[in-house]
Ligand binder design. Sequence first.
Ligand code: PPS
Length: 309
Amino acid sequence: MKKTEYSMKKQSVIAGKAVRFQHKTQEVPFYHTEFDGDVFTLALSEETAPTYLGGTFKTRSDDLFIMTYPKSGTHWVSYISDQIAKKASLQRLEKDLYIGGIPFLDRTPPAELASLSSPRAMYSHLPYRFTPHHPTQLLKYIVVARNPKDVAVSQFNFLKNMKMFDFEGSWDDFLTLFMDGKGFGGSYFDWVLQWWEHQNNDNVLFITYEDLKKDLVKEVGMISHFLNHSLSSTELQEVAAACTFEAMKKNKIGAIEKNKAKTMKKDQSFYRKGIIGDWQNYFSPEQTKAFDDWCELNLKGTGLHFEFS
Ligand code: PPS
């Protein structure tokens, strides 16, 4: 495959820095963005990249950002936040590309986000350094992390099954890409550890996919407390019931699932398995050993631990 075969041949410039949008290259064989010589395997658009990579997004003091490395629970926590907001009588505009009333920051034109009423909530895969911050506004961030083995498996299936990404490689090819920091979202550990450093900040709630799976009602309670909405225990149960894997799949939550005949390859659902430990069906013993060593190297001394089953 020639390097430029799938290039959209579009280029824009942010403060003298080149941004290229490419579907596939030999190095990263699925849709990605190049900025200032770095590869960002992010779903930015030509319209949004200058604002987010250029750091010019106009925040509001009551903004909420739901931050995830892709395939870590974005839809889940966005929809939980949306359901909590509804219980707290917050009216948000619902659009086809949103999860409930929550837009995807990375692909939503900044002018559209500026037109939304406060308090806004947005979800994003941007790494810490490109996430909108403000020196005095106490913006809120819910950060969702998932164990990297299940993230890799979930991403592999997503990239293969989404028409837009059209990844044609094998599981072995993908795992090499992922461990090289070229999965969708870039380097997994850079992403997670940069947020983990801020996990004790008052305006950051760091939660895990595995904890959500273990006790959804408890985590819904933590999220609503963080958002300053006091819901009754019945309301918490109702939100949790609306946000199970089965309920979200049945109700086709999110644009990808809603439009799955267009977005996904034949017979695939965005809501694939929704479990902890599917990695065991993909990793060979050698891959498990190499991946465990890689995790140990990256997590050593950080205090961050993951549950893999
Ligand atoms: S994306 O594309 O980055 O927005 O994907 P994201 O939403 O982060 O992650 C998708 C995976 O989360 C699973 N999922 C859930 N698991 C449990 N409960 C609920 N309610 C839920 N909603 C989504 C989804 O099935 C994907 O994981 P896999 O392992 O592929 O099934």
